[in-house]
Design a binder for this molecule. Structure first.
Ligand code: CO
Length: 137
């Protein structure tokens, strides 16, 4: 079952500049940065009441974020919802015709298991489902 909005992800061409905008300009605390090799992505997380902003940047100039930046420049990239049973939610959504970008959940940031649904399945928005190692966190 979907439990909450885990994070809103923004694709950024310059991670240091984006961190400065969100932390210094907007005043959100920087909780940390993490490379996610499974997604070829460097991330920074900035919590804000009940959820987080995730800045996503290509790792070593590669991967899906590099392609996104090439096509569209920076901008809103995906919404991530936490679930307490990712297999059940994927099965339920597949039964409704949703398409996922991988066959099964993969290792994401913070030890979560994550899977992405194609934007065409949800009104043009890329959706990430994430199950934390233990829920509730
Ligand atoms: Co994400």
């Amino acid at each position: 079952m979907i439990r909450r909005l885990d994070h809103v992800a923004v694709a950024v061409p310059d991670l240091a500049r984006a961190i400065a905008r969100f932390s210094e300009d907007l005043g959100l605390p920087l909780a940390g940065t993490e490379d996610v090799p499974s997604e070829t992505t460097s991330t920074a997380f900035l919590p804000v009441e009940g959820t987080r902003i995730e800045l996503v940047h290509p790792m070593a100039g590669q991967g899906p974020i590099a392609k996104f930046l090439e096509k569209r420049g920076g901008g809103l990239h995906h919404l991530c919802f936490s679930t307490d049973d990712i297999e059940a939610d994927v099965a339920r959504l597949r039964a409704k015709g949703w398409q996922f970008l991988s066959d099964a959940p993969k290792a994401g940031a913070h030890g979560c298991r994550v899977i992405f649904a194609h934007p065409r399945s949800c009104e043009g928005v890329l959706i990430e489902l994430s199950q934390p190692p233990s829920f509730p966190e």
